[in-house]
Every structure is written in C-alpha cells, then in structure tokens.
Design a protein around this ligand. Structure first.
Ligand code: ADP
Ligand code: 5GP
Length: 210
C-alpha cells in the first residue's frame, strides 16, 4: 500500500449530506483526517473554532491568500472559504488520507495544482430531497436556502470534472462506497512505484539466490 496519504476532495450541493458522510467515515475508519478550512462566514450554533472552521475576518483571509498559505480558495454565497496548505501536507506525510470538503471552484483549483487528487461529487437521490434536507437542518433562513439551491444549479455544471459520483440516499451505503473508492485508489500502480520496485528486487534476489 502507498504510504503517503491521498488528497480526497468531496463536493456536493449544500445540504446533500457531505458533512454527515465525512463524519461517519471518520468514525468508522482511522486512516482519514479532515482539512479544517478558514472562512469569513459567522459560526452556526454549535460550531467550534478550529474544529469545524477557523472563523476569520476578511482582512485575515486576504492576508493568508496573499502570503500563499491557501491551497485553494473560493467565494460562496457572499463569503470566502479556503484550505490552509501546511496542515494538509503535514497529515499527508503522516500517511493520513486528507479529506477536503470544498465547493466546486476550489475543487477545480485542486485538480489543476495537484493532479493526483481524487475528486468525488456527492449528489442527492432527488432535488426535493435536497431541499427537505436543507430545511430540515434548520441552520439557514429560507432566503439562504433558496440561494444555496440556486447555487446547486450552477454547481451541477461542474460534475463531469469529477472522478466519482456518489448518491447519498442510504447514508451508510454512501459512507462505505466512499471508503471503497479510497481503498482502490491506494492500489493504483502510480501511487505504488516504491512498493513495485521492492517486489521486483525481492523477486530477482530470491530467484538468483536459488
Ligand atoms: P452538507 O454538509 O452537504 O451541507 P449536512 O451533512 O449538513 O449537509 O446534511 C444536511 C442534512 O441532511 C442534515 O440534517 C443531515 O442529518 C441530513 N442527512 C445527511 N445525509 C442523509 C441521508 N443519507 N439520509 C437522510 N438525511 C441525511
Ligand atoms: P458551509 O457554509 O455550508 O459550511 O459551506 C458552504 C460551502 O463551502 C460548502 O459547499 C463547503 O463544502 C464549501 N467549503 C468549505 N470549506 C471550503 C474551502 O476551504 N474551500 C472551498 N473552496 N470551499 C469550501
């Protein structure tokens, strides 16, 4: 198995259940770590600074961006969101599969800069279910819900740039499918060059020593 972790980008319409899927994945398997983004939006009830997001000012965000500290960033419904680079790369070196739960503009920047990244798009079983989930979460006003649904229409245009499409209908099926994607990606030859060479050397030495 490859030792360095994978960059796993998870996107999907707001309210589809990305956060829920990722939380369950991390509860079930210990090889994942979650990138904690910076954002200029205000915290929702129960959100913790440093765990859900680093909640920062627009000025602090601009400074981080100017100093090249973000792997990617994007504007979303009037606020800014970005992925701090150092944290992600430290965990990758430790062998963790890093999950970046980000929207599509950011995902496309990651594809451009880090072509080895795996892009997964999570969709709902239907549009009505999406609205129900967004309303059911109870964290946004009806105006915000409408804005997020309009944004979903825009985001749907970027789906074909992704590597995998998951439907979040039954939660645990979706979680396990995501886990299987990561397992298979670890088996790819291109991330196993070192192991492949070790196998060749071991075999050659063994056969020649017979
Ligand atoms: P996102 O992170 O994509 O914005 P959330 O993880 O906050 O979405 O989920 C939105 C709402 O949908 C939450 O109330 C969550 O409990 C619910 N939810 C998530 N996945 C499912 C599922 N498979 N079936 C039913 N409800 C779900
Ligand atoms: P929310 O406000 O619901 O937490 O997030 C809004 C959207 O921003 C979601 O689609 C979420 O995936 C995305 N997002 C969260 N963090 C980042 C980030 O660091 N970069 C980008 N590009 N999008 C992010």
């Amino acid at each position: 198995m490859s030792k360095r972790g994978l960059i796993l980008v998870i996107s999907g319409f707001s309210g589809v259940g990305k956060g829920t899927v990722v939380r369950r994945l991390m509860e079930a398997h210990d090889n994942y770590a979650l990138s904690v983004s910076v954002t200029t939006r205000t915290p929702r009830a129960g959100e913790v600074h440093g765990k859900d997001y680093f909640f920062i000012s627009e000025e602090e965000f601009s400074a981080m961006e100017a100093e090249g500290k973000l792997m990617e960033w994007a504007g979303y419904v009037g606020r800014h969101y970005g992925t701090p680079r150092d944290y992600v790369f430290e965990r990758l070196e430790e062998g963790k599969d890093m999950i970046l739960e980000i929207e599509v503009q950011g995902a496309l920047q990651i594809r451009e800069k880090y072509p080895e990244a795996i892009l997964v798009f999570v969709a709902p079983p239907g549009a009505a279910v999406l609205k129900e989930r967004l309303l059911g979460r109870g964290t946004e006003s009806i105006e915000q819900v409408e804005k997020r649904l309009a944004r979903a229409v825009e985001e749907s245009g970027a789906m074909e740039s992704y590597d995998y499409l998951l439907i979040n209908d039954d939660l645990m099926t979706c979680v396990e499918e995501l886990h299987q994607i990561a397992r298979c990606e670890h088996r790819k030859m291109q991330v196993n060059r070192e192991l492949m060479n070790d196998i060749k050397i071991d075999l050659k030495r063994f056969v020649e020593g017979e």
